[in-house]
Design a protein around this ligand. Structure first.
Ligand SMILES: O=C(O)COP(=O)(O)O
Ligand SMILES: [Mg+2]
Length: 226
């Protein structure tokens, strides 16, 4: 039997230009075990991905702020604290930076994502003044979120709802927001493009990056199960 998977999206299922690689649509619909998409993105993104892959919508969004399993949504974290940080950031001249419409934050319920080209030093300075809030850098955004909320904590909630031990999962990811998943899962892989935090937390750093790395792990896991 192949193991259940906890998969990050950006940097892990994507190409270096941020597209979901077609191989995800070959490898994942046929995966014969639960697949949990665990992302920093807002709730609709992993739901849509699972939907169009024809998979059960079992997702962790907003870095663990939102978890959805078996038709139940669980929300944790303090959106007001994150909002206060972003308000102070704006007052001091900072910009969230996603442009008009801001679909990055539109459906966000527990945290705020700030564009990667924003003034990081200012954002960290204002965040340091608010209790129980941290800034997590995924390489794709700075996430202003409650401390204690993490993808790993969410997996500890999602796995039992699937009748599984979190340790049964194999996790793959690329950023500091995946380190908590790596600690909770029984086996973990950082793709080659992963940041230092993810590399250190993973059991193994894969030679290839992005979806190439993920595809090689999945192929190996499938071969091992045969
Ligand atoms: O939204 C981000 O910043 C990164 O998303 P990810 O967790 O799927 O890599
Ligand atoms: Mg990622």
């Amino acid at each position: 039997m192949v193991p259940p998977l906890a998969l990050d999206i950006d940097g892990t299922l994507t190409t270096p230009t941020g597209r979901i690689d077609p191989r995800a649509f070959e490898l994942l619909p046929a995966w014969d075990a639960p697949v949990v998409f665990a992302t920093g993105k807002a709730f609709p993104y992993p739901v849509a991905l699972a939907h169009f892959l024809g998979r059960e919508e079992t997702v962790i969004a907003e870095n663990g702020g939102v978890a959805y399993v078996d038709g139940e949504t669980t929300i944790v974290g303090d959106p007001d604290a994150a909002g206060a940080v972003v308000e102070a950031f704006r007052e001091r001249g900072g910009a969230i930076g996603w442009g008009d419409g801001d679909t990055v934050n539109r459906w966000r319920e527990t945290e705020v994502a700030v564009a990667p080209d924003a003034d990081e030093a200012l954002l960290r300075e204002v965040a340091a003044a608010v209790e129980d809030v941290e800034v997590v850098d995924t390489g794709y955004a700075f996430h202003v979120k409650s401390t204690g909320v993490s993808k790993g904590r969410a997996l500890e909630h999602v796995a039992p709802a699937l009748g599984l031990d979190p340790e049964a999962f194999v996790a793959i990811g690329d950023s500091e927001n995946d380190a908590s998943t790596f600690r909770v899962a029984g086996e973990s892989y950082a793709v080659a493009n992963a940041d230092a935090t993810a590399r250190e937390a993973a059991n193994e750093v894969v030679a290839e990056g992005f979806i190439d790395g993920t595809a090689s792990v999945l192929t190996e896991l499938r071969e091992r199960a045969e």
